[in-house]
Design a protein around this ligand. Structure first.
Ligand code: NOJ
Ligand code: CA
Length: 712
């Protein structure tokens, strides 16, 4: 670790105005900061002599007191540089360099006798800054009615956006110019809780591409004790302004000094692959709070799950009993439904399948009473998280799983009755510990209780962190669905393996689904903040297999489902389809069995948001590499240079590609598997079908293989 003081260029223009500049360590970025004549803090950002952000104002609007927007003078500036390399508990790479130059400005509102600090960190791939409030006599408790951070863009850029919404991120992306954003037109069909608040509102992470071919990602890091940031677009001047998620009373954040806001981030490059490689969000988060991470195990898991999402297969509920009350129900008196998924026989079958194929976890949804009447009724006592249905023998099934080297994964669907969950969480944890559960999937379907709170507001942001901390105290891994989108907090809480927090694969089962471009956009947006439990690996693509006449389907080829294990980074990957669908295609299933979930290194080979991406990853503590390449609705040829492989070494490449006549809609399930020899000089031209993909596993070749296999 290295922290030294260095000088920045300061120029006093007049008594009122002031300017400072800061360069990134590689000098590609330049930040300028000033206070204008109205005492408003203003910053701008350049990359390689191109303007990224024109002068943009900073500040917050407060309730019942003078806002922190103007009337500022500079009290002090401090600069420093930082360079450290750290090792994540799990990740896309084994080491991460955290290298930035910092400018800390202390601003004073003389009239109010208050100070506000702005801390800027300039990395080689972009900027992070936040507001900091020291403890002080005239700024103790305060309420933020909105944050007014501006990002003044240079023109009407192309943007990949989902509409501003306080309760969900489960939308399809639209790609339009900033001036054409219209959040009122976004299709919320199939999304449990959604709401519209402004036509010009979009969510972050926001991905932008300029006419000059600059890629810009605007987001936040370390969202703690504050509400999530959306952006309002000035559609004439292209200034984006922060808009925070309100609470039940319309307030955006409650602060008590000392307090910081989350970091606002602007990651920029002229190469799309650099955006994917950025570690700035992680670097702006606090180091791990978990002293002994030995219980944290990246893993693949299967689950009694997809059967509930596809038609006519399984149910969460045990009986047909609409409008039941949890406390008044005699579960043993109800008639079980034949399709109840979480029954002893079915769970045993899944445990056997996991053990046979080497998967560590089995998620079981629908194991606990309450699913007869669980969602959208804004109901308080919906689940107790401790009472299994009569046909789920929790003791026996956990013992059976453990005898086979497998662990069951707990499911806590809160139905967004969050106060109810907090009341029961200690008992729920006792139950998990008693039976040896090591991981939990939480869920927040429905409108939040306390009523009027939002999924992405400060109260819920604090709840998700409380749960992550509680799970860490009990050495439990966490996967949260419908939670606020991640902002790199998995650095601080590495037991928080993944979140859903975007439109996952499940939408393909019961809604219009995810268009073929969806998975080419998510890595540039939602995944900027952390891993997604996307639940890939669907082999039975068309829903008519389950229900004649049903025209819903997964919008990819089968080979693309394999590639998603590489392109959608997560240390927790579901093997999502039904065991019987894999048993019919064991040759393609081999890739899912082989693919790693934790990595020493990652190479982002080609990418264009909305169109395609190709990524190579090296398995942690092993010589194996895996490559995933995906296309949007247009067929293409991925050009894969294997120059990342060890020199002078032959590797057996098993290529799981689309068959020549594959097409995501017309013919999605045809694939071709080839085994060939490659080395660091090989360049493979791999055809990807429309909505298609390819997955490649690479293992060092033995003598026999070098003799027997074809070189390409
Ligand atoms: C929505 C989650 O995303 C899904 O995975 C889960 O099965 C259902 N809620 C029920 O909890
Ligand atoms: Ca496209």
């Amino acid at each position: 670790m290295k922290r030294t003081l260095f000088s920045v260029c300061l120029s006093f223009l007049s008594l009122m105005t002031f300017a400072a500049t800061l360069n990134s360590p590689d000098n590609n970025f330049r930040l300028s900061f000033s206070v204008n004549e109205a005492g408003e803090p203003v910053y701008s950002l350049n990359f390689k002599e191109k303007t990224v952000l024109k002068p943009s104002k900073l500040g917050l609007e407060l309730k019942n007191t003078t806002s922190l927007l103007s009337g500022f003078t500079i009290q002090k500036t401090e600069t420093s540089t930082f360079d450290e390399t750290w090792k994540p508990v799990w990740g896309e790479v084994k080491e991460i360099r955290n290298n930035y130059n910092e400018l800390l400005v202390t601003l004073e509102q003389k009239k109010e006798q208050r100070t506000m600090k702005i801390r800027f960190r300039l990395f080689n791939d972009g900027l992070g800054f936040r507001y900091e409030f020291d403890k002080q006599a005239n700024l103790n408790y305060f309420q933020v009615t909105d944050e007014r951070t501006e990002f003044a863009l240079t023109g009407d850029h192309k943007t990949f956006w989902i509409p501003g919404d306080y309760d969900t991120n489960e939308y399809c992306y639209s790609t339009t110019k900033l001036s054409d954003v219209d959040a009122s037109k976004a299709d919320g069909v199939g999304i449990g809780t959604h709401g519209f608040f402004a036509k010009n509102a979009v969510q972050t992470p926001l991905m932008i591409k300029t006419a000059e071919k600059l890629y810009i990602s605007i987001f936040e890091a370390a969202l703690v004790d504050y509400s999530a940031m959306h952006l309002l677009i000035d559609q004439k001047n292209f200034v984006l302004t922060s808009a925070l998620v309100p609470d039940a009373l319309g307030t955006k954040a409650y602060m008590q000094t000392p307090h910081n806001t989350p970091w606002r981030t602007v990651i920029v490059s002229d190469k799309a692959t650099d955006i994917l490689a950025s570690k700035t969000i992680l670097n702006l988060n606090e180091p791990s709070k978990i002293e002994d991470p030995s219980y944290i195990k990246p893993q693949k898991y299967i689950g009694i799950w997809w059967g509930m999402h596809v038609p006519n297969t399984m149910s969460w509920n045990y009986a047909h009993a609409p409008n039941i009350k949890l406390k008044d129900t005699d579960w043993n008196a109800l008639t079980p439904l034949p399709q109840h998924g979480a029954n002893n026989k079915n769970v045993r079958r899944y445990i056997d399948f996991a053990a046979e194929h080497g998967f560590q976890g089995v998620l079981v949804e629908g194991w606990n009473v309450g699913w007869e009447d669980w969602a959208f009724n804004w109901k308080e006592d919906v689940f107790d998280f401790v009472t299994p249905y009569p046909d789920f023998d929790i003791k026996y099934l956990n013992e059976y799983a453990h005898s086979k080297g497998v662990k069951l994964i707990m499911h806590h669907e809160t139905s967004s009755a969050v106060t109810n969950y907090e009341r029961h969480i200690d008992n729920a944890l006792d139950l998990m510990i008693k039976y040896g559960y090591e991981a939990v999937k939480t869920g927040y379907v429905g409108w939040i209780i306390p009523r009027g709170e939002k999924h992405d507001g400060q109260w819920m942001v604090n709840h998700y962190i409380r749960v992550a901390e509680k799970m860490a105290e009990n050495k439990i891994m966490l996967n949260a669905h419908e939670a606020v989108r991640p902002t790199g907090l998995h650095r601080t809480y590495p037991n928080w393996l993944a979140c859903e927090s975007a439109r996952g694969n499940e939408f393909n089962a019961w809604s219009a689904g995810n268009p073929p471009e969806h998975e080419t956009i998510l890595p540039f947006t939602r995944l900027m903040g952390g891993p997604m439990d996307y639940t890939p690996g669907i082999f039975e693509i068309k829903m008519r297999y389950y229900e004649p006449g049903n025209d819903k389907q997964v919008h990819t080829t089968l080979a693309k489902q394999l590639a998603l294990y590489i392109t959608m980074y997560s240390p927790l990957q579901m093997v999502a389809d039904l065991p019987e669908n894999y048993e019919k295609r064991m040759d393609a299933f081999q890739f899912i069995k082989d693919v790693a979930v934790d990595w020493d290194d990652t190479k982002y080979l080609e990418a264009e948001p909305g169109d395609y991406l190709t990524i190579a990853r090296k398995e942690k503590n092993a010589d194996n590499w895996f490559v995933g390449a995906i296309a949007d609705e247009n067929a293409r040829t991925a050009v894969i240079k294997f120059d990342f492989l060890d020199e002078k070494t032959w590797y057996v490449a098993t290529i799981y590609g689309d068959a020549a006549d594959a097409h995501w809609k017309a013919n999605p399930m045809v694939y071709k598997i080839q085994k060939v020899l490659v080395n660091s000089k090989t360049v493979l031209k791999q055809k990807l079908a429309a909505g298609g993909g390819a997955a490649i596993s690479l293992k060092k070749a033995g003598k026999q293989e070098i003799k027997g296999l074809k070189k390409i």
